[in-house]
Design a protein around this ligand. Structure first.
Ligand SMILES: [Zn+2]
Length: 408
């Protein structure tokens, strides 16, 4: 596999399900159309939209939705546009933390369809990568249940669709939303062709969705064992270096070994500072770097699909910085929470503009062999030094790898 040098994080495509603007519900003040319209306006103002190709949205078909969801569930959701508000409330109550509006079935079809349009455009080479701005989000919805604002599982449908329509053999799904995308995990936990990675606020199962299966030791089932990676944060306040540490020490070594044909991102921006739900301390700039790192996989075929974010105005800033070119300056601390937890550390020296860019001096990356395994991280990936060496080879000239011990 050839290493593709990516010089810019410029997004070449975005799908926008703007028909969602017609939804409004007095019953739900959180999930409102402004989440999308305000985001889009900010991207226009920032100039990002000018650098993108707009991909027209389409409704997902029944066949698309049935790639992931049960016929029974689809038929039930199909009835919601014709329900009275009282019936809708009753219908809603059988699920967890989700609101149904008479227009949501239409919007949910557009959201899933937007993700599929993006996959089509990326897989056929019309655009290199892209982001789908969609509501409602998808990663919490399950085969036969809506959950956590999610009706259809947009990213899971996109993964199945890519396999079926484009003959993709391996899909990597990176879920950087601060919540665990349990719907995606359930969908692929016994499937070795889809590697699902999620970090999420967990706090020993006290944080929503409070599931035992969000923990580190749920690594997949049957043939899918080893293809599900959960990084549960048992503390809030994680910083840029924590996120980078987990990318370098947990996700990327496995991802390079997995060698995906397509990367899908459950792109929730509630994992950044200022989000009242997430309470994490990573700065918006981190998303540019995470995106950049993923663009070295799958020959750069990366499709990001918007997930849940509670804080609209900050979210815009995250999206703006996610695709800035060159990558924004990243604030890092020498020793992160995660590096202490993992007993290994990655140092990004002050002043490095990007982790790997021809225009900036090569930053030094320090790796400390993990003396022991830690319960937070799956054993199979806790001290994967050979994979890290391979990863280093991928970055060859751009990053200098050195091994030494930090402190005692
Ligand atoms: Zn979330």
């Amino acid at each position: 596999r050839r290493h593709i040098q990516v010089k810019h994080t410029q997004m070449t495509s975005h799908s926008f399900s703007n028909k969602f603007c017609s939804i409004s519900s007095p019953a739900c003040k959180i999930e409102v159309p402004e989440r999308l319209t305000v985001s889009h306006e900010a991207l226009v103002k920032n100039g990002l939209v000018d650098r993108c190709v707009s991909v027209p949205v389409r409704e997902a078909t029944d066949a698309d939705i049935l790639l992931v969801h049960s016929e029974e569930y689809l038929e039930a959701v199909k009835k919601t546009p014709f329900m009275t508000l009282e019936d809708l409330m009753e219908f809603t109550q059988q699920y967890g933390d989700v609101y149904f509006h008479p227009n949501i079935y239409h919007c949910a079809k557009l959201a899933a369809g937007a993700a599929l349009q993006l996959v089509d455009n990326v897989m056929t080479g019309k655009v290199r990568n892209g982001m789908a701005l969609v509501r409602p989000p998808g990663h919490h919805s399950m085969r036969s249940a809506a959950n956590g604002f999610c009706v259809f599982n947009n990213v899971s449908i996109a993964a199945q669709y890519a396999k079926q329509k484009h003959g993709v053999e391996r899909v990597l799904i990176v879920d950087w939303d601060v919540h665990h995308g349990q719907g995606v995990q359930y969908c692929f936990e016994d499937d070795p062709s889809v590697l699902y990675f999620s970090w999420h606020r967990y706090e020993h199962q006290k944080f929503w969705p409070q599931l035992r299966e969000s923990d580190y030791d749920c690594v997949g089932k049957a043939k899918g064992a080893g293809f599900n990676i959960n990084v549960p944060w048992n503390k809030v306040g994680m910083q840029n270096t924590d996120y980078l540490s987990v990318f370098f020490h947990v996700l990327l070594p496995v991802a390079y070994e997995f060698c995906p044909d397509l990367v899908l991102v459950c792109a929730g921006f509630d994992a950044a500072i200022g989000d009242p739900e997430g309470e994490m301390c990573a700065t918006p700039d981190i998303f540019a770097h995470l995106t950049h790192l993923l663009m070295n996989l799958a020959d750069g075929k990366v499709c990001a699909v918007l997930e849940v974010s509670k804080n609209g105005s900050r979210k815009l800033h995250f999206k703006n910085t996610q695709f800035k070119s060159p990558n924004p300056f990243l604030q890092t601390t020498p020793r992160s929470h995660a590096s202490r937890v993992m007993t290994c550390a990655m140092l990004v020296p002050e002043g490095s503009q990007a982790l790997h860019s021809n225009n900036s001096p090569a930053p030094a990356l320090a790796l400390v062999p993990a003396p022991g395994s830690d319960p937070c991280i799956p054993h199979s990936v806790s001290s994967n030094t050979s994979a890290l060496t391979e990863l280093a080879a991928e970055f060859d000239r751009h990053i200098t790898i050195q091994s030494f011990r930090l402190g005692a």
